[in-house]
Design a protein around this ligand. Structure first.
Ligand SMILES: Cc1cc2nc3c(=O)[nH]c(=O)nc-3n(C[C@H](O)[C@H](O)[C@H](O)COP(=O)(O)OP(=O)(O)OC[C@H]3O[C@@H](n4cnc5c(N)ncnc54)[C@H](O)[C@@H]3O)c2cc1C
Length: 392
């Protein structure tokens, strides 16, 4: 049986499902083809931080637009995304003070609620934090975290109810291209036809892209995460990116705190490499690090650890746009920060496909061809790469 759709989306992570939601909302009938199941990739292990603090304006704009969904999910999408407002703190080392101030000014210009606060202010907000080394930090009172798996399922449920078709256990194995135009794909469940194919295959996107004759500079980023059960007297705390200590952490349900490191990335593993074990010394490193900022965590206990993997690009920014045969779009390479952007990415990609240009946020800078041109993305007041491997 020939299966013909308006668009084919490869991958049911938070990006593919958001695109499906937005395309079906505009009256299209897309099919989502997923090799395993929804949220099998990076989405299923995401730490779920929802904040607007970036040093690249386009990313802050995407995060801010996305935030309008997270804080009003029932109305904007339907179902649940698990958003919890905790307040968010971004700490940079002392030598980055000017950059932090300039970036917060940029966020304020966009309309993002953000301000610079002192170490004393931080202690008032989270009394368990050690703050002697903090002279300044950026504070976003509205931010927090959400549940990436719930988010993807919610996008998918509404997309299906509005005309999208979801096919899981369906692996893309090849492309149909005629006269320089995409016409469909070959899969483990037969052929599917559409004039548009969107590659949202996360860390597998390079393999998928090769079927369309488009090579992308995509590496993999493997990231370890742990949960600590807090001692009873630490009731709750802010969500924090603490770049002065190279880590981020946030509260979680059940009196848990999630902790991960910026300098513990394993870069270049195979997309399908084992995801069952954290790096050998990760647990010790992460516990040492969180105890530097929250000393009473010494009295906590290790709850669990897990591993996730995302696609990483040379500038650690996404790849969004068309390349190769007409009708082929790449929406991938989210480099460990794509969850919080996913609502706006789906909206902008639907505008790109249906209107020829994204109107909500200018995403032209994420052009897949920028690497060939040597135009890597960098913020005006850049902090440098977020992710470094453990040898850095
Ligand atoms: C541990 C971890 C923590 C993170 N924390 C945060 C955070 O706090 N905040 C934040 O904003 N971002 C965070 N991220 C990043 C964010 O989770 C990802 O950028 C986002 O989930 C990527 O979604 P995606 O849909 O592009 O990819 P994925 O979720 O990886 O989905 C890709 C899908 O494509 C499918 N697929 C692959 N190949 C094929 C094929 N041949 N045929 C069919 N289907 C295929 C896969 O099975 C998979 O389901 C984190 C990532 C990780 C790994």
């Amino acid at each position: 049986m020939t299966q013909t759709f308006d668009a084919i989306i490869i991958g049911a992570g938070v990006i593919g499902t958001s695109i499906a939601f937005h395309l079906s909302k505009r009256g299209m009938k897309p099919v989502i083809l997923e090799r395993k199941q929804v949220a099998f990739g990076a989405t299923g292990s995401s730490s779920g931080l929802v904040r607007m603090h970036y040093d690249l304006e386009a990313e802050s704009r995407l995060a801010w637009e996305s935030f309008q969904y997270f804080r009003n999910w029932g109305e904007r999408v339907g179902g649940e995304c698990g958003f919890r407002r905790t307040g968010f703190l971004h700490i940079e080392p002392a030598e980055h003070e000017d950059k932090l101030r300039a970036n917060v000014a940029m966020h304020q210009r966009i309309g993002i609620p953000s301000s610079i606060i002192s170490g004393d202010d931080v202690r008032k907000l989270s009394p368990s934090f050690k703050t002697d080394d903090i002279a300044f930090a950026a504070y976003e009172p509205e931010s927090g975290y959400a549940d990436a798996t719930l988010t993807a399922n919610s996008f998918l449920d509404v997309a299906k109810a509005t005309g999208a078709v979801y096919t899981q256990d369906c692996e893309l194995l090849g492309a149909h291209v005629a006269s320089g135009k995409v016409t469909g794909v070959k899969t483990s469940r037969g052929d599917f036809f559409a004039p548009i194919v969107i590659n949202a295959a996360g860390s597998w996107a390079g393999i998928v892209s090769n079927f369309f004759g488009v090579t992308i500079p995509l590496d993999t980023w493997t990231h370890d995460v742990l949960h600590i059960r807090r001692p009873a007297h630490i009731q709750d705390h802010l969500t924090v990116i603490d770049s002065s200590l190279g880590m981020y952490f946030r509260p979680d349900s059940g009196d848990l705190t999630l902790v991960a490191l910026e300098d513990d990335s394993r870069i270049g593993e195979a997309p399908d490499a084992d995801r069952h074990y954290v790096a050998k010394d990760f647990v010790e490193r992460a516990i040492d690090r969180i105890c530097l900022r929250v000393p009473d965590m010494e009295q906590g206990s290790l709850h669990s650890s897990h591993v996730g993997r995302d696609g990483l690009t040379p500038d650690q920014r996404a790849i969004i746009g068309s390349a190769g045969p007409e009708g082929y779009f790449l929406v991938t390479g989210f480099s460990g920060t794509g969850f919080k952007l996913s609502p706006a990415i789906g909206l902008c990609v639907s505008e790109l496909i249906l209107d020829g240009k994204a109107a909500t946020v200018d995403i032209s800078g994420f052009d897949p061809l920028r690497f060939e041109r040597g135009e890597l993305l960098k913020g005006d007041h850049s902090y440098g790469f977020i992710w470094r491997d453990s040898s850095a």
